[in-house]
Design a protein around this ligand. Sequence first.
Ligand code: ADP
Ligand code: MG
Length: 208
Amino acid sequence: MADLTAFQSWITTCATAIADRADDLTELDRAIGDADHGSNMKRGMSACAQLAEQEDFSSIDAYLKKVGMTLVSTVGGASGPLYGTFFLRLAGPLAASEQVGAHEFGQALRAGVEGIVARGKAELGDKTMYDALSPALDAFEEAAGAGSDLADALQAAARAAAEGRDATEPMVARKGRASYLGERSVGHQDPGATSATLLVEAAAQTLT
Ligand code: ADP
Ligand code: MG
């Protein structure tokens, strides 16, 4: 079960991971985009990591909504509204919860990922963050459905996200800036799938 403190530690852990990998994310985006994904995400996640110091949050869902709004207003690019929507939707199913277990988090994760699809219209194989998040969601639901607790289901989700991220390399981009490159996007790992994997891996480290 994860409480508000665990969710706050998810965000700060993710912010550190993104800051550590910001140059890598930017290099990936230089190859098939405009070389701003690392700086975009670092700016947004570091603003999110400071939220808990600036404000006392009364609930997990209020906190996650603020994270989502902060990402929308600070990240910019395509990924800001997409990650912002993810956290805003993630909050919905957790509205009444002080402690979140595997079943509830699965509902929240599904809402969050569906929010990204509703907003960005990505399909599997388009070479986006969805190619990491969709297998992560599937793996989470399968593990939780088989009786895994939140921590174990998130471990499964993190492994699946990493596999999905790696699988973006040979894909032709069909969404966002990278799609302008067409076939020339082949051979490069998608930056958004890379940051999305860091997000899921941070969840596996903290939401226990
Ligand atoms: P921008 O492309 O505006 O510079 P970023 O560089 O911050 O924005 O983010 C690029 C990432 O956003 C891509 O690697 C991809 O994963 C993701 N992305 C772009 N468009 C979409 C979309 N329609 N749906 C899902 N993800 C998308
Ligand atoms: Mg970019």
